[in-house]
Design a protein around this ligand. Structure first.
Ligand code: ZN
Length: 316
């Protein structure tokens, strides 16, 4: 089956100039604010085909961003996958051997298993161990409104709120298949002072997605009081959409390889009535379990055993 590819509006930036960095780890650069403050880490390319974050970090370097306190570390994560990006096969370079965003538990990182992604994760682990706060930049397959994934901590949700953008904040539990970076170690502990959020900045290859990624970086740094608000205002666009918080309640897992949705959902649709059919999975009709059910990041073509869509409730 041939499938129409979405337009590739973004050009993958040349990240070779950032390879040497200044930390002894390839593609990791720390900018010193010269005064005490938090250690903030912004991470792009956890998924090798998600170009928006890389474009945003390249912009930050080019505009000569310097924090005015603390330390800011900029990370291009899965550079091996990124090197394989091919606009003719843009989905293929998400990872080399395995999903880089499912390996972030100590037992996996300390374990005997080996892969391109695990080697890189073990290299980067000290960076995240030394971080107070992490912004992880991602993007999505569908043309979905940007959203913050804040995990389950109050701290993550609060950081999303203080950033004030994107308009959707999604509190979720992560994936059974393995831990995400934002769920690593102290970042997911209910108590503590380490905070991590992930921003899904829009569709992988849209120009707008890179703009959202850059704005997310600046808003994240404003919350950390690491950049000058007046300077940032010259770059940021005004957003007055009120933020809404969704708590993920469940995942719909495909039981067959023929799961199909009844409509071309892209995510963040609010389905008013409980019992509304969403799609078919073999002989099963999948329906919404409650009123005002929010659809979160429906999968493009879920296979048996994979998450087809997650469902969430709006919370005050
Ligand atoms: Zn991603």
């Amino acid at each position: 089956m041939t499938e129409l590819l979405p337009p590739i509006e973004l050009t993958p930036p040349d990240i070779a100039p950032y390879r040497r960095g200044n930390t002894g780890i390839d593609h990791v650069t720390t900018l010193d604010g010269g005064r005490p403050g938090p250690h903030a880490v912004i991470c792009a390319l956890v998924h090798g085909n998600e170009l928006g974050g890389a474009v945003a970090l390249d912009r930050l370097f080019r505009i000569g961003l310097k924090p005015n306190r603390g330390r800011l570390t900029l990370v291009f994560a899965n550079t091996a996958a990124y090197r394989g990006f091919d606009p003719e096969r843009p989905y293929a370079s998400r990872f080399v051997d395995e999903d880089f965003n499912r390996v972030w538990s100590p037992d996996v990182l300390d374990g005997p298993r080996d892969s391109v992604e695990l080697r890189r994760a073990r290299q980067l682990r000290p960076v995240f161990d030394a971080a107070d706060v992490i912004l992880d930049l991602h993007s999505m397959t569908a043309d979905t409104a940007p959203l913050v994934l804040c995990g389950q901590t109050v701290r993550g949700r609060d950081l999303g709120r203080r950033m004030g953008y994107p308009a959707w904040i999604v509190a979720d539990e992560g994936h059974a298949a393995g831990r995400r970076l934002i769920d690593y170690a102290g970042f997911a502990e209910p108590e503590g002072d380490h905070t991590a959020v992930l921003v899904e900045c829009g569709q992988h290859w849209r120009e707008e997605t890179a703009v959202t990624a850059l704005e997310s970086c600046l808003r994240f740094l404003l919350v950390q009081e690491m950049i000058d608000p007046a300077w940032a205002e010259g770059i940021l666009r005004p957003h007055d959409d009120p933020q809404r918080v969704v708590e993920v309640t469940e995942a719909i897992t495909a039981e067959t390889d023929t799961f199909t949705f009844n409509a071309p959902y892209v995510g963040m649709e609010i389905i008013p009535r409980a019992g509304t059919p969403l799609g078919r999975d073999g002989a099963r009709t999948v329906v919404t379990p409650y009123d005002d059910c929010v659809l979160i990041m429906p999968a493009r073509r879920p296979k048996s055993g994979q998450t087809a869509v997650r469902l969430g409730r709006l919370v005050p």
